[in-house]
Design a protein around this ligand. Structure first.
Ligand code: ARG
Length: 461
């Protein structure tokens, strides 16, 4: 078929060049947005008198019919087509003849693709926000059951201090709130609508960009036609949110891989979420979590790929920009899927209370509480630190556990110790002693969960 842009050419496009330049394998995912955009465009053209009401009705009906036919697979895209925009216009021409030639009035594929992308991102952000909410609610639900379940937290992967399992899960909840905020910020860039920017310099025709922008759910048109077709900042913001969100997921995945390993055994995941080994009959592997951790790399490379694509790109539309969608589709669907998988895994996760208790009972985890016990008695922090360090050293030398120290033995290091100091080797006593804002004291964590549940609009029994 002769290309709509073929008027000044003397020979048809080379078939290899067509295959090389076509974006059909990637941008057909935008067909719905493309048709919505075209319908709004037709309505705007009719409103300003560039087409008649009759023409408007025919064009809208035909576009809606094409949409339905693509949805049910009656009409498909083929390798002979250059991109989704032209494929749909060509189909419209087949169905309506001459009338279809009016559709592209005061529009270019440059502003059209920017619009399609903006419409796609609007939906994608809503989908991610809803998946993120599901993830947060799952974390909160599990957290609400464990405000009094001590779990060691680690620095340098060495046991540091006990927190509660709820406090630990809420750390990921807080991270997910930040992920949510990044997507919300990304959506702010979607308040303005690029359509009507034309190829780059707008149009001599009396189009109403405000009307069309409003029809499509935007606040107003973009203020600069050249910038509108030359940048993809909303996509950059979105891919930044995807990359950081995926990094968050990779961290919980890593923790769960580690903490469900035989060495820790804090958590176990149902068999239906795990995989086996083809050789070693005893293996139950966390492949889902490993894939989530691994696939986060796709999001990082998508973000850096898009940044690289735009680095030094001259102002104006350049065909390089067509590649933006590869980066979008390489990471966004994988992120959304990974979010839902992580949520499902948390939903099915079993907590091994015995293992947690055994690990949390390591008396070293009470050392900071012991130091602060002395500080409360008036000892300077550095002095108290030194004193407790001396106790640890002496125990290590004698092979005695800190937990087995008698009050008399403890008092040999400082007369300020009393019975209550000995209780600080108990994980629950440590949690109860925490006072600072944001710490794992069960009362504070319960309050935090209640506030969070209220913000999420959910009720936790
Ligand atoms: N397929 C192109 C893209 O995705 C659409 C815009 C093409 N514009 C052009 N003048 N070649 O970016």
């Amino acid at each position: 078929m002769k290309k709509p842009w073929g008027a000044r050419f003397t020979e048809p496009l080379d078939q290899d060049v067509l295959a090389f330049t076509s974006s059909i394998p990637i941008d057909t995912a935008l067909y719905r947005q493309d048709i919505f955009g075209s319908i709004a465009h037709v309505r705007m053209l009719a409103k300003v008198g560039l087409i008649t009401q009759q023409e408007r009705t025919e064009l809208v009906q035909a576009l809606e019919a094409i949409l339905k036919d693509i949805d049910v697979g009656v009409f498909g895209f083929g390798p002979e087509q250059e991109d989704v925009h032209m494929a749909i216009e060509e189909e419209l021409t087949r169905r309506l003849g001459e009338l279809a030639h009016k559709l592209h009035t005061a529009r270019s594929r440059n502003d059209q693709v920017a619009l399609d992308l903006a419409l796609f991102l609007k939906e994608a952000i809503q989908r991610v926000l809803s998946a993120l909410k599901g993830y947060r609610v799952q974390l909160l639900t599990l957290a609400s059951l464990h405000t009094e379940t001590p779990i060691p937290a680690f620095t340098h992967m060495r046991p540091a201090q006990n927190v509660s399992l709820a406090h630990y899960l809420l750390a990921f909840y807080e991270l997910a709130k930040k992920d949510q905020a990044r997507f919300q910020r990304a959506s702010e860039g979607l308040a303005v609508c690029p359509i009507g920017s034309g190829a780059l310099g707008g149009s001599d025709l009396p189009v109403d960009r405000f009307y069309e922008a409003n029809l499509l759910g935007f606040d107003m048109p973009t203020p600069n036609s050249l910038e509108s077709v030359s940048t993809r900042d909303v996509l950059l913001d979105f891919l930044y949110a995807v990359a950081t969100g995926f990094v968050s997921l990779s961290r919980i995945a890593e923790d769960f891989i580690l903490f469900s390993s035989p060495a820790y055994g804090f958590f176990a995941f149902p068999d239906r979420y795990c995989t086996g080994s083809s050789l070693m009959p005893h293996k139950k592997n966390p492949d889902v979590l490993e894939l989530i951790r691994g696939r986060a790399s796709l999001a990082i490379s998508s973000l850096s790929g898009l940044l690289t694509l735009f680095k030094g790109l001259p102002m104006g539309y350049n065909r390089d920009m067509q590649e933006d969608k590869r980066h979008l589709f390489a990471s966004y669907p994988v992120y959304e899927e990974s979010l839902r998988m992580t949520t499902a895994l948390i939903g099915g996760m079993k907590v091994n209370l015995e293992r947690l208790e055994a690990m949390a009972s390591d008396p070293c985890l009470g050392c900071v509480d012991l130091v602060e016990f002395l500080v409360k008695k008036g000892v300077a922090f550095r002095k108290a630190y030194e004193l407790v360090g001396g106790i640890v050293k002496a125990c290590e030398a004698s092979g005695k556990s800190l937990a087995n120290l008698t009050l008399d033995e403890l008092r040999q290091f400082s007369g300020l110790f009393d019975e209550s100091a000995l209780t600080l080797f108990s994980p629950m006593a440590q949690l109860l002693a925490r006072q600072s804002y944001g710490s794992p004291s069960p009362r504070a964590v319960r309050h935090q969960i209640e506030t969070a549940a209220c913000n999420e609009g959910i009720w936790l029994a």
